[in-house]
Design a protein around this ligand. Structure first.
Ligand code: C2E
Ligand code: CA
Ligand code: CA
Length: 439
């Protein structure tokens, strides 16, 4: 059997992931001064914080430089390294110091046979927190941790890397071996893997389409824009965001989002150039060069990028960077899901979007709930003062629409106005063009 390199690729079967998590959780009890533990595993050219506990938890998924971090050096030198004051230590990763307040840090390389798989990192917020004895204890557990990591990565390689989908493979002995390992690793894995294969196939074969939902101007009932929404053809039905989440789990999220943007912009070519077309993307996709290229080539200056905050896990600066990029390629920004648990007022002020989309959670029952009404009303006042336009989404009842009109919401979208459907249906049904939503 060939010995493939053990590198971390972001996913483990549940049983293995549980053990990795317990490894970092238990270091907090192992050393008296420990306030955080992390497994930084080799990923690509650098390291990635794959599992974290205590003070490192916010860093799960963060990359670490292979050359400019203590963990990277520990790995390169295959030596346990230790700092008593991270602030004054030039070997430390500056971003990491800013993100986590750890002053004392021990990094132990995880050696398995001839390879170094990663580093076990333990930190304390106090300087000079660890003694020589602590370093010895960590060195003592390193062999066990390295073996566990190797086993986890090996297991994930066996079960998460896609099995061959051909009929020949399915009837082969390898398929039996594969199934056995998968079921040991995680009984739910079979469904999981099937889903992943479905996403891969749908993306490769472009087995999806784009529908549009009308956004109307409430003052004159005219069509002012359309939101593009993805529909995946393979059954049973799953909502588009579930498909996209699955794609992210196997590293294809960005590719799928980009393919959907391209499809949406292509499908909207026949609409009046004055109509705005909203596309949903996560901030990382908005930063992608390919995204800008689609917007410039197919967007005709009418693209509205609907950004939502819940995918913005990569840090507060990312949304701002995404925003700059969006404006540079001539698109407008809509902040999506405003008024849901995911958005904050501070964020609206910071981003100054052209459009604020009130989440359907806020709109639902606005006619009977004074709290929802006053929150929506406050957002309208705020939008008017900052020059943004408000779109209420998810309007289902006439009574909701009445209240929205009363509090001065100018634009709305929802089943009451029009369900997501083919572009031609809306263009035939509505009378374009309302005033273009703009500052
Ligand atoms: P969203 O951006 O908040 O989109 C609005 C969702 O509410 C859509 O669900 C829409 O069909 C639904 N909706 C519209 N009017 C009403 C209404 O009156 N009542 C109710 N109950 N629902 C209404 P959908 O199409 O299932 O999309 C769900 C989410 O998936 C979207 O939420 C968006 O975050 C994501 N999504 C959809 N298409 C794409 C896409 O092409 N790319 C990306 N990245 N995300 C997408
Ligand atoms: Ca949206
Ligand atoms: Ca929403």
């Amino acid at each position: 059997m060939t010995h493939a390199r053990s590198t971390w690729h972001g996913a483990l079967p549940k049983g293995a992931a549980d053990i990795m998590q317990r490894i970092v959780d238990n270091v907090l009890d192992l050393l008296l001064a420990a306030e955080g533990g992390a497994l930084a595993l080799q990923a690509g050219d650098g390291l990635e914080f794959a599992f974290c506990s205590g003070g490192y938890v916010s860093q799960v998924g963060s990359p670490l430089s292979a050359s400019a971090s203590l963990a990277g050096l520990s790995m390169a030198q295959v030596a346990t390294l230790h700092t008593d004051d991270a602030m004054a230590d030039p070997r430390m990763d500056r971003n990491m110091i800013r993100a986590v307040a750890m002053r004392s840090v021990i990094c132990v390389p995880l050696r398995y046979r001839a390879q170094v798989l990663g580093v076990l990192v333990v930190g304390s917020s106090l300087p000079h927190a660890f003694a020589g004895e602590d370093v010895s204890i960590l060195n003592g557990v390193a062999e066990f941790v390295a073996s566990a990591v190797e086993a986890a990565i090996a297991m994930s390689r066996m079960v998460l890397l896609p099995p061959d989908e051909t009929p020949a493979f399915r009837s082969s002995q390898s398929a039996k071996v594969y199934e056995y390992v998968a079921n040991v690793a995680d009984p739910k894995l079979a469904t999981y893997i099937e889903r992943e294969n479905r996403v891969k196939k749908a993306l490769a074969e472009r087995d999806f389409s784009v529908v549009f939902q009308p956004v109307v101007d409430l003052r004159n009932q005219k069509l002012s824009g359309l939101e593009a929404l993805a529909r995946f053809h393979p059954g049973p039905y799953r909502p588009p965001n579930a498909w996209i989440d699955d794609a992210y789990k196997i590293g294809l999220g960005e590719d799928l989002e980009l393919a959907l943007v391209e499809a949406a912009l292509q499908a909207s070519q026949s609409a009046d150039p004055g109509l705005l077309v909203g596309v949903n993307v996560s901030p990382t996709v908005a930063l992608d060069q390919r995204f800008c290229e689609f917007v410039e080539r197919l967007g005709m200056g009418r693209v509205v990028v609907e950004l939502t905050e819940h995918q913005a896990v990569a840090g507060p600066d990312e949304l701002l960077d995404a925003l700059r990029r969006i404006r540079r390629c001539g698109a407008r920004l809509a902040l999506d899901d405003v008024g849901s648990g995911f958005s904050s007022l501070a964020r609206i002020v910071q981003l100054a979007p052209e459009i604020i989309k009130l989440d359907l959670e806020l709109v639902r029952g606005i006619d009977v709930d004074p709290i929802r009404r006053s929150l929506a009303s406050a957002l309208v006042t705020f939008a008017n003062e900052s020059g943004a336009r408000v779109v209420a989404e998810g309007v289902e009842h006439e009574a909701e629409l009445e209240v929205l009109r009363d509090i001065g919401v100018p634009f709305a979208q929802g089943y009451l106005i029009g369900r997501p459907g083919p572009l031609s249906v809306h263009l035939g049904h509505f009378d374009p063009l309302a005033e273009v939503i703009d500052r």
